[in-house]
Design a protein around this ligand. Structure first.
Ligand SMILES: *Cc1c(COP(=O)(O)O)cnc(C)c1O
Length: 346
């Protein structure tokens, strides 16, 4: 059966042009800095985000981990939202591997952090306390429904960080979705952070990889950190080639995913037993509720039997993500199937 797979934009497969570029990629030993394709990708990524340098890593999780291990020493503290991907879905890696303490403040529904909460969470210089080093933001904010944060929404956090001598790290796994949705350049968003992690392997459809972008001296240190976690790669140009195609060809088309997500949300809003406000859908992530007496796992199982895959992200909360390979017709077909399943259950 051909599935309409809406579980995540990570299910995207490399485009034919990526396969071709991978086949033809010039390579060298990247640990020695001698892979020309990787060097080109890192320059491009830095340029796109308006930073001095960039470092390729195998995943978004590694991007956040290497960034935060580079910013912090053992016993230092990071402030982040309580719905941050790094807090919820990365195994507490910064604590497990880096001895770093995480302090959460509530994420507001729009994915932002209240500047007053953030400032109150910064530790004063006192023998009893860990030292605050970094404030983390996420854009688009995954668990808050893929909402893009504007540079204006991020600016107060940057201002607080500067005043207290802290760094801002941005989990920009979907920074290009944010930029396309807001009609601005990704570098305008990245300017509100010192370091940024971005994913090539989500909506941009590359098979593997993320980049950390930031100041040249930070990226030099991050290169050391990447090596110690086993992330030094050799002829990595083979995968960098696909990420170059991702940056060059796959950014503008994200608008199509956002349109499809909006269509999906409008259709879901009309199905009895489901709850969603379509105006809350701004990018490619659609989070919707199922009414209390229906078990979300049952909905997911029945949809899968009929060819539609969605994910569960909490009690009574499902997530569907649009991406390259999902067409408008797929959305129409998915809505027919979802309507049929809900009819059986409510
Ligand atoms: C997917 C994701 C990550 C992690 O990326 P992986 O490549 O899956 O490790 C980090 N942050 C956010 C917001 C994500 O959506």
């Amino acid at each position: 059966m051909e599935f309409i797979d809406l579980r995540s934009d990570t299910v995207t497969k490399p485009t034919p042009e990526m396969r071709e570029a991978m086949y033809r990629a010039e390579v060298g030993d990247d640990v020695y800095g001698e892979d020309p394709t990787m060097n080109r990708l890192e320059e491009m990524a830095a340029e796109r985000l308006g930073k001095e340098a960039a470092l390729f890593v195998v995943s978004g999780t590694m991007g956040n981990l290497v960034s935060l291990l580079t910013h912090c020493g053992r016993g230092d503290e990071i402030i982040m939202g309580d719905k941050a991907h790094t807090f919820l879905y990365e195994q507490g890696g910064v604590s497990a591997l880096g001895g770093i303490h995480v302090r959460t403040v509530p994420n507001l529904p729009d994915g932002t952090l209240d500047p007053q909460d953030v400032e109150a969470a910064i530790r004063p210089d006192n023998l009893h306390f860990p030292r605050t080093r970094v404030i983390c933001l996420e854009n688009t904010h995954n668990v808050c429904g893929g909402v893009p944060l504007t540079p204006q929404q991020m600016a107060p956090i940057k201002e607080i960080a500067e005043r207290h001598g802290l760094a801002v790290h941005l989990d920009g796994a979907r920074i290009f979705n944010a930029a396309v949705a807001l009609g601005i350049e990704a570098k305008e968003i990245a300017a509100q952070a010192d370091t940024v992690q971005l994913c090539f392997s989500k909506g941009l459809s590359a098979p593997i990889g993320s980049a950390i972008c930031g100041p040249a001296d930070f990226i030099r240190e991050a290169r050391r950190t990447r090596k110690v976690v086993g992330g030094g790669m050799r002829q990595a140009g083979v995968i960098a080639a696909a990420a170059i195609v991702a940056l060059e060809k796959m950014v503008d088309r994200l608008a199509e995913d956002h349109e499809n997500a909006h269509l999906l949300a409008e259709g879901l809003a009309e199905i009895p037993g489901l709850k969603i406000d379509p105006s809350s859908v701004k990018t490619n992530i659609v989070i919707f509720g199922v009414q209390a007496q229906v078990a979300e796992q049952e909905v997911v199982a029945r949809l899968a039997e009929r060819g539609v895959k969605v994910g569960v992200i909490g009690p009574g909360r499902l997530r569907a993500v649009t991406h390259y390979g999902i067409t408008r017709q797929d959305i129409d077909r998915a809505l027919v199937i979802i309507r049929g399943v809900m009819k059986e259950l409510v």
